[in-house]
Design a protein around this ligand. Sequence first.
Ligand code: ZN
Length: 239
Amino acid sequence: MDDRIQKLKELIAKSNKIVFFGGAGVSTESGIPDFRSQDGLYNQKYQYPPEAIVSHTFFVYKTEEFYDFYRDRMLYLDAKPNITHIALAKLEEMGKLSAIVTQNIDGLHQMAGSKKVYELHGSVLRNYCTKCGKFYDVNFIKNSTGVPKCTCGGVVKPDVVLYEEGLDDKVITGAINAIEEADLLIIGGTSLVVQPAASLINYYNGKDVVLINKSSTFADQRATLVFHESLGEVFSKIL
Ligand code: ZN
């Protein structure tokens, strides 16, 4: 691994428009599990698979059940940024990293100090009334019971992209621009199976790709460097 760390350090040293593309694996080291990788335990508690619950249709027709799952399994308000979040914020501060494109919805990159973060799937920290648009913070949702309602009577919805919903155009455009202009793409903590997010990496024009993920991905072939070690192990060694 030392050779690869050395090589990664060299790549970072000669880059100043690094884009980090991350997934659930970035936050698992902060104690936030990937809701997709849930085992039978949850399936015993919930009548539907997580992917079905976290869908637009389910939200509309079974809002209360959606929120039972959501409050229980998708909100981790005590989670703190880990070494990867911190290292990435530091790289941005050093003028090395231009943007983070994340599939995570926990806001931990911003909590670590990152400024340019494209949240492809939204954020649990933002919630809006579906009727009047009034903003509600995450504590409002966490402390609510049943279906959280606005003062106007409308249902409050998390600003999170559910299955069947499209990604935000502005976020996508920003992410694509950042990736197109990147001089180094670091992909971490994602198995690159969730579309359309994963296909964004195809916009990268640069030469070097670094892949850090526990299991292999389709992009390993194209990568200059592959780490199957944990993100924490890698990022704790590069700064
Ligand atoms: Zn309202």
